[in-house]
Design a protein around this ligand. Structure first.
Ligand SMILES: Nc1nc2c(ncn2[C@@H]2O[C@H](COP(=O)(O)OP(=O)(O)O)[C@@H](O)[C@H]2O)c(=O)[nH]1
Ligand SMILES: [Mg+2]
Ligand SMILES: [Zn+2]
Length: 308
């Protein structure tokens, strides 16, 4: 059996190594926080470059602390639970997709994000912010997401409605907020973690350049762990996704897989499609299925053009 400590060659007392989570990296310097909240400045041993390994914010590492003013050393990077490339962060367990009545929700973007999360085996929480104004999506749309296995939570960063439930849902997870610009992610983080992130349109315009180049930072506060990932909304097409893999990411299709007339059915209007039948009867969300088909045709196109 390979438990992480043994893998690092320091079974027993830990071989003198300490264990921590990387909360930021600037240049070749990293900051690790241990379980007691103490922070250490570390550098990365050369062997990691040989192994092609770059430490990421969110990594659990074993390290040797520095003495006095000196920095310490990252000795081992423990196996990752998940890896995101944009921004580069490790070990996120819960993706929080924020929607709001304004700007008008882009459910195709939401489903794209949910699809990426499913590929990484991340849980997704759908947060409907600005409940003080109006519901972000219709009850029917919310039900479709529940059928897809997502938790859906109505909140208002402005009035505080639903924030204690949101905190509960975040406890024990390494969370990453995502969603359209203007949905209220920064306002929510400020309310949840007592932060002072810039919000609103004007400050966003001014600070955009700065924010998009800054690396992700892990905020640990009040028992919550959240990636502060300004500029996370960019999504590039996945060039290495075979179109027939996409359906595996729609968990509500699962009970019907294998029941279509054609074994290779992609649930794209083929005759005798069990997923289409389920959608007609309400067992699968019809608008989720419609958006799946849009993303499927996109995946087919990207796949065709992948060597261009
Ligand atoms: N009415 C209302 N406005 C909100 C709420 N949350 C955020 N906002 C406003 O929505 C705008 C965008 O918020 P911001 O946090 O910058 O969005 P971000 O781009 O997702 O980080 C700001 O003007 C906020 O004051 C809310 O719960 N209710
Ligand atoms: Mg923001
Ligand atoms: Zn089918």
């Amino acid at each position: 059996m390979s438990n992480p400590a043994e893998q690092a060659g320091n079974a027993g007392d830990g071989g003198g190594f300490r264990r921590g989570t990387l909360i930021r990296g600037i240049g070749s310097f990293y900051t690790a926080m241990d379980d007691d909240g103490a922070c250490y400045t570390l550098r990365c041993k050369k062997k990691f470059r040989r192994l092609g390994l770059t430490p990421l914010t969110g990594d659990t590492v074993l390290f040797t602390p520095g003495e006095g003013e000196d920095h310490g050393w990252i000795e081992e990077i423990l196996p990752r639970r998940s890896v995101c490339l944009r921004p580069p962060v490790a070990n996120v367990t819960l993706l929080i997709v924020v929607l709001a009545p304004v700007p008008e929700p882009d459910l195709l973007l939401a489903d794209r994000l949910i699809s990426r999360a499913a590929a990484q085996d991340l849980r997704v929480l759908l947060v409907l912010n600005k409940a003080d104004l109006a519901p972000a999506i219709s009850p029917r749309e919310a039900e479709e997401y529940r059928i897809a296995g997502l938790d859906v939570l109505s909140v208002s960063a402005k009035t505080g409605t639903g924030l204690s439930e949101l905190r509960e849902a975040m406890r024990g997870e390494l969370c990453c907020f995502t969603g359209q610009s203007g949905a209220g992610k920064s306002t929510l983080l400020n309310a949840l973690l007592d932060l002072d992130l810039e919000t609103g349109d004007i400050s966003r315009k001014i600070s955009r350049g700065k924010n998009t180049t800054r690396s992700a930072e892990l905020i640990v506060r009040d028992g919550l762990r959240v990636m502060d990932t300004a500029g996370f909304s960019l999504l590039e097409p996945e060039r290495d996704l075979p179109p027939e893999k996409l359906r595996e990411r729609w968990s509500e299709f699962r009970p019907y897989e294998g029941r279509c007339r054609f074994r290779e059915c992609l649930h794209d209007r083929e005759p005798g499609c069990a997923v289409q039948e389920a959608a007609d009867l309400g067992g699968v969300g019809a608008s989720r299925l419609a958006r799946y088909r849009i993303l499927l045709s996109e995946a087919r196109e990207t796949w065709r053009e992948r060597y261009d």
